[in-house]
Design a protein around this ligand. Sequence first.
Ligand code: MLT
Length: 407
Amino acid sequence: MITLNEHYFKLQASYLFSDIAARVTSFQKENPEIDVIKLGIGDVTKGLTPTSIAAFHKAVDEMADDATFRGYGPEQGYEFLREAIAVNDFQSRGADISSDEIFVSDGAKCDTGNFQELFTSDITIAIPDPVYPVYLDTNVMAGRTGEFADGRYRGVVYLESTRENNFVPDLPEDKVDLIYLCFPNNPTGSTISKTELKNWVDYARDHKALILFDAAYESFIRDDSLPKTIYEVEGAREVAVEFRSFSKNAGFTGTRCAYTVVPKECRAYDGKGNIQHIHSLWHRRHCTKFNGVSYPVQRAAEATYSEEGKKETRALVDYYMRNADAVCDTFRSLNYEFAGGENSPYIWIDGKRDSWEFFDMLLRETGVVCTPGGGFGKCGNQYIRISAFNSYENVQTAMTRLTEKLK
Ligand code: MLT
């Protein structure tokens, strides 16, 4: 008899963003006359930059010629891209990361979801609430939680992020083993200072824990005093893995390219309590389950680090941040309390009512799609998230409609 992984039955019916997409599609079918504006899922709308696309085209042409064709590449990514990443994203910030500590992949979603595979099912996990749902769902699938009751899975340590703590969770009171952190945060848009991040690094060092640090939105940080990578914090190399993506800063959501940093000193423990290095295990896992990102995509990603590429990528980020400013201005003038939007493309708005009801009302009455905060965790139940990823014109129209409705 072929039996199923029982833990899948504990999951909530569908993945948050698929659920929202289905609701929006059915609304559009029933109301074809309404011009729906999507500020829900954080999917970019602007095309790849000229420098990236030129490198992409050139690499595609190379693939058509036997002399320059490339078959399987190194699973962990071509050296040209790994070196560009190490130099530009880390060494330039004084973070001591080398190219062989970078693993190029097709998405931070997959990597943040897959990384937990390295650990036993009885470790204690700490997950922010609210946060990107992939961390929790993948641990549910792996059997690391109990049943879902009253908005929470049993056996998980939830790190509550509320207005009271400025959406930066406090250190857990109980000992935890695997800690997920995401800054700039999805969905709250909050950021973490270097001092606060150091507290987490120290906690992990003191408790033999590991931090999985999702920095997919680091390029939206405008305040230069904030850390852009966890490796700016002393001692992080032993206790932190970092995830990054080209999706949001360079428009790669449909092109797919990301990377994970696993420093060589990064450690966990075997069943006897002996230190083991995670780098070789993740390398083993990556080579076994993944055949690398396609060559043209890696060339397109590499091009984002050229002088011209950097300027263009910065302009893309600035474009979306102008939208974020417009969303903040609107909700400020409507007297709503909100977080984010300053160093993040997400604005986290206190709707002071059930988030799914608010979502439904906005969709029905304004045609604007947001993301209900409850989908990110219990602490999000009265919030909605608005994403700055759309055209400036659409964001303007959406803000006019919201002002009309909510004033
Ligand atoms: C989001 O809207 O939270 C993200 O776009 C989802 C993702 O990056 O997978």
